[in-house]
Design a protein around this ligand. Structure first.
Ligand code: ADP
Ligand code: GLC
Length: 483
């Protein structure tokens, strides 16, 4: 089966969050499962300059405001998978993030930039740009790639089944209605039954409406997004898709996240020999200038600083955590007010709080390896990968019972401890009080080394395998092709 994967970012070339990890790992797992997989990526500098052996497969010409668009086919560094790069320097060859200028504002021409990505993918799916390779499945990720579903539906006579995966419903790709004229879609698509959303243009809706199947990244989030509380205004559209929506849990790439082989941590370790974990903790405390105490629980955070992640709850609970002897190692950037507040806490308590407002992949590994627990009290969480990495590193997650966090962390209760199923700590209300109560439960367990080791070992034994996820996607692809 030929499968075309379309995404705006991909680990390790361009990454702003978990989407990149998925776009990096899922195609490889699909290939292991027997699929003939290719990728389509925008020609952002970090992608266009890194993809190997590129050859032009099609001179597309002028499109979406760019004078020259070219489609190349090359191979991904690391995975070696074939990848189409949409080479449009006018739209993609810029500094900053894939979505924002260096000043933090969205690029003003994002509608054209990501319409082009989808439009090219739809034409590949129709066999128009590369007749030598015509996919059976067009699988698009998040709003940046979603327009492919509308173009494939509208123009391109494609036999490819269309699958759309929602990684985060909160980011919808909303643009002024006037931008619709830039898209080249028939006027009937600017309707409630199409991409119109309260007099605006919604790229996310193109995926939700025109994919044959919609998936999201955990079973619980799949149920949640059909509700008013978590549907971000699109719950009606999602309910309208009925049984076409399902959740497939993300996995962990063991080549990247594995304490037994991780070359970037102070000492490697595994569940049956945890000495290295203590070395990593000592090294982290030293690196961050925290008091080097083995008996002080280190709470790690590796996160985008946005309201989604509930880190205001951590801030509010912090005095209580510090009073109980805890330490905080926080890495994250985003919301300036949160950054400043955490930096202020680090200045006030330098031996107990360390904050790094940077994006740094290597430091993320050292924090996850060196912490005892990971704080992730998200307000909503489609899947969450950081807690999966933490589990693998024996760093017990403290999470809110929401989205993928429900599906991946087993709260330590008397019953789950007795039956040796507990892997972390979870709580319901989005309040700092609830977080503090949960931290108290954690500290109680931390004070009992035998119990803590049992929890660590159970956490590290969790298998969140991309091969399992890939098998589910393969079944889904087969189902929608026979529909
Ligand atoms: P989301 O995609 O919502 O940000 P996930 O938990 O799915 O949440 O994925 C986050 C990914 O981004 C993880 O790989 C995590 O390690 C990484 N990450 C987040 N913030 C940083 C940072 N400041 N530096 C390095 N990696 C980060
Ligand atoms: C999104 C979500 C996160 C998920 C990731 C990868 O960024 O916020 O929960 O793990 O996508 O699917």
């Amino acid at each position: 089966m030929k499968v075309l994967q379309v995404a705006a970012e991909i680990f390790p070339l361009v990454k702003t969050g978990g989407l990149a990890d998925v776009a990096g790992a899922l195609p490889q797992a699909l290939a292991r499962a027997g699929a003939d997989v290719r990728l389509v990526l925008p020609g952002l500098p970090a992608i266009a300059d890194a993809v190997l052996h590129q050859k032009t497969v099609c001179e597309i010409g002028a499109a979406f405001g760019a004078a020259r668009v070219r489609l190349t086919l090359g191979t991904m560094p690391y995975s070696g998978l074939p990848v189409y790069v949409v080479d449009a320097p006018y739209l993609y060859r810029r500094g900053g993030s894939p979505y924002q200028a260096p000043d933090g504002n969205e690029w003003s021409d994002n509608a054209q930039r990501f319409a082009l990505l989808g439009w090219v993918a739809a034409h590949i799916a129709a066999g128009e740009f590369d007749p030598d390779w015509v996919p059976d499945v067009l699988h698009t990720h998040d709003w940046h790639a979603a327009m492919a579903c509308a173009y494939a539906h509208a123009h391109a006579p494609t036999r490819a089944a269309r699958v759309f995966t929602v990684h985060n419903l909160a980011y919808q790709g909303l643009f002024p209605a006037g931008d619709f004229n830039l898209l080249g879609l028939p006027a009937r698509y600017m309707a409630a039954s199409g991409v119109e959303y309260h007099s605006q243009l919604s790229f996310m809706k193109a995926g939700l409406k025109f994919a044959d199947r919609v998936t999201t990244v955990s079973p619980t989030y799949a149920r949640e997004i059909a509700t008013h509380e978590y549907g971000c205004g699109l719950d009606g559209v999602i309910r309208g898709r009925g049984g076409d929506v399902c959740g497939i849990l993300n996995g962990v790439d063991p080549e990247v996240w594995n304490p037994a082989t991780d070359a970037g941590i102070a000492k490697r370790y595994q569940a049956d020999s945890l000495v290295g974990k203590a070395v990593c903790k000592h090294a982290l405390q030293t690196e961050l200038g925290l008091e080097r105490r083995a008996d002080a629980p280190v709470f790690g955070v590796v996160s985008r600083l946005t309201s989604q992640k509930g880190l205001d709850l951590v801030l509010a609970a912090l005095p209580g955590i510090l009073q109980r002897g805890g330490q905080l190692a926080l890495q994250g950037n985003g919301d300036r007010a949160l950054e400043a507040a955490f930096e202020g806490a680090a200045r006030a308590h330098p031996a107990q709080v360390a904050v790094r407002t940077v994006y740094d992949e290597a430091l993320a590994h050292r924090i996850i390896a060196g912490s005892d627990a990971l704080l992730m009290p998200s307000r909503f969480e489609p899947c969450g990968l950081t807690q999966l990495y933490a589990l693998r590193y024996g760093t017990l997650p403290v999470v809110r019972r929401v989205g993928g966090l429900v599906d991946t962390v087993v709260d330590a209760t008397d019953e789950t401890i007795r039956t040796d199923r507990a892997t972390g700590f979870s709580f319901e209300p989005a309040s700092s009080m609830a977080l503090e109560v949960t931290v108290d439960r954690l500290l109680h367990a931390f004070g009992q080394p035998a119990l803590w080791q049992q929890l660590m070992r159970r956490a590290m034994a969790q298998e969140f395998s991309w091969d399992v996820a890939a098998a589910s996607y393969m079944r889904l692809y087969a189902q929608c092709r026979t529909k």
